[in-house]
Design a binder for this molecule. Structure first.
Ligand SMILES: [Fe+2]
Ligand SMILES: [Fe+2]
Length: 151
């Protein structure tokens, strides 16, 4: 006789997606805080430009958080209320490197999440991930461009 798995041990695409979306939401809250802190803290000859750049990221990350929180709630889940840990650094170059690392990890998560959304029959969400992935890719590319000829 086959052993029956308890409900929480069964493979459940919607549950996996929900858990993943909450991980993503914590990541977006982290990004909002990170860019806010870096914009305020950055010092040195490039402060004005970097402050403008970091500040400009906040609205897009918040828009991503809105999409995620709305979807988590619509799927019957509870949106995460805490960010992933924020790395506080003090040198402008370290800020750019830390942000670049975070954006690369974020893109990897969203590529995986888009597949999970398809598996869970959430095709509209999967389409929204295309726009989010495009945004995060722009963030990554701009950070790389700034770091490319850093003295
Ligand atoms: Fe984002
Ligand atoms: Fe981003």
């Amino acid at each position: 006789m086959a052993t029956k798995l308890a409900p929480d041990q069964q493979s459940n695409p919607a549950k996996e997606l929900l858990d993943g979306l909450n991980e993503d939401l914590r990541g977006e809250f982290q990004a909002v805080i990170m860019y806010r802190l870096y914009a305020s803290m950055v010092q040195g000859p490039y402060r004005q430009e970097l402050r403008t750049f970091f500040s400009s990221e906040i609205a897009e990350e918040l828009a991503h958080a809105q999409i995620l929180a709305d979807k988590i709630s619509a799927m019957g889940g509870t949106p995460a209320a805490e960010p992933s840990p924020v790395r506080v650094v003090h040198e402008a170059k370290a800020m750019l490197e830390t942000a670049l690392k975070a954006e690369i990890e974020t893109i990897e998560r969203y590529v995986k999440r888009r597949t999970q959304a398809e598996d869970a029959q959430e095709h509209g969400l999967a389409a929204q991930f295309d726009d989010i992935i495009a945004d995060e890719t722009n963030h990554r590319d701009e950070l790389r461009q700034m770091l490319a000829r850093w003295p």
